[in-house]
Design a protein around this ligand. Sequence first.
Ligand code: SAJ
Length: 415
Amino acid sequence: MEKISVLGMGYVGLPTACMLANSGFKVSGVDIDKDIINKLNFGKIHIEEPELEKIFLKAFKNKKLKVSLELGKSDVFIIAVPTPLNHRNKADLSYVINAVNKITDKIEKGNLVILESTSPPGTTRNIVGKIITSSTGFLAGKDYYLAFCPERVLPGKIIYELKNNDRIVGGVDRKSAEITRDIYKTFVKGRIFLTNLETSEFVKLAENTYRDINIAFANEISLICGDYGIDVWEVIKYANMHPRVNILNPGPGVGGHCIAVDPWFILENTGRKDTLIEKSRNINNNMPFIISKRAEEIVRGYKKPKVTIFGFSYKENVGDVRESPAVVINNKLTKKGIKVSIYDPLVINTRYNLSGLEDSVDGSDLILLFSGHSVFKEIDLALVSDLMRNRNIFDTRNFFDKTTVERLGFNYYNI
Ligand code: SAJ
């Protein structure tokens, strides 16, 4: 197994392709987006991620990684394309299906096909495997190898986690899982466990669903604490001192393409109703509405109010705004006739109108801290306070120090 094609040059496919190339494989990175391929061929990456540029340039300059719109023949095909949610909360597998259709033209006996894209249980066997069999007559485990090897990396720490996290590989048979393990073992320092296809698909979904439910619990108790006039952050801090308690943080909503999506994939094909999983999703989805309502209440009474959102990406220290609940908050406030300005120095590619720090706070009545980027710690709040019309901070992440901002004359509101 020398030649590997990675289909999908996104935030999982590109780093994985670079790692494999730097481990000595001849890697071909394939994407359907011309702009991405052109940019990569110019030696530039299209994703903001620490260390990624360095490992990409190494692989690219050594000619171990080539990128193209066309898929060629290969020993291994890794599918790392998006699996978004459609409007009925079901997995949109169209990118996976397109990728598999391309593979069916090139696959030969003895090749290995690996699905990395997070998918509902059964996808590797019943979608990937079935398409290959119906187009080529090849049987998984007999004529070619088939595996599921989910990514588990955290945006912002992708390169570190690609190397160091444990991996759970599912194979259609033992041999498929073993060959996959041997390929990933060339760069993974973590442990690699082998199981069957459906178990590894489920494990990936269970991890993200567990996190979603934990955050939903944090969000729910934040609302209940509000009823009692108790500070939820203090409650969580003390509760987490118990050796078997680890409550996550409440926040203005759960975004990104994983935690807000994967719980629906777990439920897909089961027909189960009234689940804890669905309730948690709804609690988290409701948070941006609760936050925008509260912001509206804070500025009620001001003439032509202006709100400044600090941090527009779906979470701290990343520049990714796709599926960011900040978008919901922005839309809600704008619809209410409130002027919204957005300051996020990490966000580069967006159709939203972003402002520099001074413009964004000039004449503002409220700073709504949405994502707690570390760089915000360096903001001169005294200068900001001079520029604002009314001094209010709504800190949805417990990011600022209450005493410090109050000393500067701000009214401080927490979640
Ligand atoms: N959030 C909270 N409270 C918290 C933690 C997160 O409100 O205590 C919010 C964040 O602000 C964000 C959302 O949840 O909007 C998701 O952020 P995240 O940091 O929890 O997760 P992702 O989506 O960036 O990455 C997750 C990771 N999964 C787990 O930690 C179980 C990552 O390891 C996965 O590889 C990734 O999903 C994925 O691709 O599936």
